[in-house]
Design a protein around this ligand. Sequence first.
Ligand code: C8R
Length: 260
Amino acid sequence: GVCLGIAFGHRSSGPKNDRFAGNFKTVIISKCKAYLGLNEEQSSENTCEKVWDAFSGAYVGRDPCDVPMEAYDSLIHAVNPKAACNRMLFWSQTKDIVHQFTEAKKCLLTLEDTLLGFIMDNLTWCSKNGSKETFSTGCPGWSECEKNPVRSFWNRVSAAFAESACGEVTVMLNGSVDTPFRANSIFASIEVKKFSSPKMRALNVILVTRGNDTANCENDSLQNLQAVLDPTLKYTCTEVHRSKIMDCISDPDKPCGACW
Ligand code: C8R
C-alpha cells in the first residue's frame, strides 16, 4: 500500500529510524493477529496489513498537533466491526474496574474488546511534518493540543463505537468524583451525542460507589446527562457499591445478572 511504501519502503532514512518505525508496526501487527486469533471474527489473510496501512496513513508525515479525527475515517471503514446489541459497555473515569469486569465476565464488551480498541490500548504514537517515522515518546500530551494523533484516534473510534450502539446499553460511571458525567470527557462530548433510538432502546447507568461517596443518582451532572440524551431513550441509574462488583469479578460462579 501507499502508506507502507512511505513509512518503510526506503532504507535511505537510516537504519535507526527504520528500526524504530518497524518496531511500532510490529507491535500493531502482532496485537492485531493476537486479537484475530482469539476472536472468531471474519478476517482475511491481509486484515492486519490493511489495518496498519490505514492506521499509519492517518498520522505519518503529519504535524503531531494537526491530526484531525477524520484522518482515521479510512481505518474505521477498513475494520467495520459488527455491533454486539445489548452487550455494549461504555465508561468514564472507571477504566480499571470496567476492564477487570469484562475480563472476568463475558456478558458485556467495551471498545477495548474490539479490534482497534484492543490494539491501541496503552499505546502512544505520533510522527512529524514530512517524516516517515512513528515515535512513541516526545508526542504531545492529551491536552497539549487537541488534534494530536492519540486523542483524535480515541475520539474517532469512540464515535464509531457509540454510533453502532443498539438495544440496552450500559455505562459505568464513577460515584467517587464530584462530576461523574464530565462535560469534556469522550463519553459526554462524543459518545452520548451518537446514541439514538430506535436502534438503541435504553441507557443504564451503573454508578460505582465506595460508601462515603460524593455522588449518587441525583447528582447534577447525571441530570445533565438525562437532559442531553435522546428523549425517546429509556434511562435508568443504579448505585452499586464497588465491593459488590469486585466480589462478582472474583467469583466465577456469579452470573453477570448478579453483579448489580
Ligand atoms: N474510550 C475513550 N478513551 C479511551 C478508551 C476508550 O475506549 N480506551 C482508552 N485506553 N482510552 P476518561 P472518557 C484512554 O475520562 O473520556 C471510549 C484515552 O486516553 O476516563 O469518558 C470508551 O468507549 C482517554 O483519555 O473517559 C468509553 O465509553 C482515557 O483513556 C469512553 O470513551 C479515558 O478517559 C471513555 O472516555
